[in-house]
Design a protein. Structure first.
Length: 309
């Protein structure tokens, strides 16, 4: 089975009241853990690569890992560029085998965001690739994305509808209260579901994307801290809120921080309990298993996309 675009999986997700997980990948063990979970749960899958991942692992290695995952699993998998900040990087990924790209020009004003997004849409569509864009900015830090609370702003629903009409984009990431990184809320968690409902009314059957949607699962934070970590007070998006969003207009939920925490907690635990061990396979194997278990839980209990092939 070749790589697929997100078009058909989003259509089914919207109609079925669930979301597809978009999981960030950086190396072999992360890819294997995610794909093994999706295969077990019989779920479609989006594997996404950030600009930071491309710098770390190189484009060609990541593409080949995803191609191996396709052959090994026979799942419908889309390969997506996460937070491409220019036409050039989006073009590079379209030309390099990706089936979906995100152009994130949300740091520009509305008109410039429209201009750049439209340029990417025209090129990508001509090559059979779908495009995600962003309107409104999410606070927090993830790879090369760093937005202060002061610069973060919620998406205006009317402007979102205008943006989609002007650009021809295939999906849209909006800001309703999520943020990047492990420290998403300083107080009580809050997502603006009224805003999401309004976007859904103005853009019927149009797939909405939630970035910064890791739940920062307490068990992984606790394990990291127990075995030498220092991440006190980390807080993510409650899973019941994500499930509610998936039952509305949200068809794609991005998860990265939870992958990092699951992997790091497992590695810390293994090395602390086995101080004489230096074979990477010994600690990366359990880390891969931890990712698989976490992703299977997300697919089944949060995204709601088990058995949807």
């Amino acid at each position: 089975m070749p790589l697929v675009t997100t078009t058909e999986m989003f259509k089914k997700a919207y109609e079925g009241g669930y979301a597809i997980g978009a999981f960030n990948v950086n190396n072999m063990e992360i890819v294997q853990g995610i794909v093994d979970a999706a295969k077990e749960e019989q779920s479609p899958l989006i594997l996404q690569v950030s600009a930071g991942a491309r710098k770390y692992a190189k484009h060609i290695y990541l593409v080949k890992l995803v191609e191996a995952a396709l052959e090994d699993s026979n799942l419908p998998i889309a390969l997506h560029l996460d937070h491409g900040d220019s036409f050039e990087i989006c073009k590079d990924c379209v030309d390099g085998g990706f089936t979906s790209v995100m152009i994130d020009a949300s740091h520009h004003d509305f008109d410039e965001n429209v201009r750049i997004t439209k340029q990417v849409v025209e090129y990508a569509h001509a090559h059979g690739v779908v495009v995600e864009a962003e309107l409104g900015r999410l606070a927090g830090v993830e790879d090369d994305v760093n937005v202060s609370d002061a610069d973060a702003r919620f998406t205006d629903p009317e402007q979102a509808a205008e943006f989609v009409a002007l650009t021809g984009v295939d999906s849209l990431a909006i800001a309703i209260g999520t943020s990047h990184g492990a420290y998403k809320f300083k107080g009580e968690p809050y997502l603006d579901f009224d805003r999401l409902k309004k976007v859904g009314e103005l853009l019927p059957n149009f797939p909405i994307v939630l970035h910064g949607a890791s739940s920062v699962l307490p068990e992984f934070v606790a394990k990291c801290n127990e075995f030498g970590g220092n991440i006190p007070g980390a807080q993510g998006v409650p899973e019941h809120m994500l499930r509610q969003a998936a039952e509305m207009a949200v068809c794609k939920i991005n998860i990265d921080t939870d992958l990092r925490l699951a992997m790091t907690a497992s590695v810390r635990e293994y090395l602390a309990q086995n101080p004489s061990e230096f074979d990477p396979r010994k600690y990366l194997g359990p880390a891969r298993d931890a990712i698989k278990g976490m992703v299977a839980h997300k697919i089944k209990n949060v995204l709601g996309c088990s058995n949807t092939l």
